[in-house]
Design a protein around this ligand. Sequence first.
Ligand code: COA
Length: 128
Amino acid sequence: MMPLVSATKEDARFVYDLRFNDQNRHLCWTMTFPSFQEHEQYFLKHLHEYKIIMKADKKIGFLRLGKEIGIFLLKEYQGRGIGSIVLSQVSGRTSIKKENTMSQRAFENAGWKQTGYIYEKKEEEIEQ
Ligand SMILES: CC(C)(COP(=O)(O)OP(=O)(O)OC[C@H]1O[C@@H](n2cnc3c(N)ncnc32)[C@H](O)[C@@H]1OP(=O)(O)O)[C@@H](O)C(=O)NCCC(=O)NCCS
């Protein structure tokens, strides 16, 4: 299990920098890149959907449990199995771009079922 803590309004900058950095901004379908102020307004409105992924006392990523699931890890924590563990703890639905094979593998490892671009996992399918 990876500890997930509810985001607070102070996490707006952490989430923005991770979601919209040069490496990540094109990974999801969103093609609009908001200013920090625009993001902050949106983030605060949806604050209850955001979880911060922790490793010891360090924030290493975030999960968004919205209409679609979103997950982003700091670069230095990617490719170590952490995303697969986090995704095995939650259920929902997401769509992943064809070229994002790392994300596809992580969702598959976590037992999400794929139909086209859509990945889904039901709450009752989460292993306890
Ligand atoms: C997507 C993400 C959350 C996955 O978490 P992760 O901890 O890095 O993933 P894992 O280490 O659990 O699994 C990654 C899988 O991709 C494979 N992989 C690693 N590096 C890869 C690469 N450069 N290209 C393709 N696959 C790769 C791994 O081998 C592993 O698959 P396997 O277990 O079958 O071998 C994380 O990589 C991330 O934050 N990426 C950037 C943001 C992003 O794409 N978010 C999703 C948007 S929908």
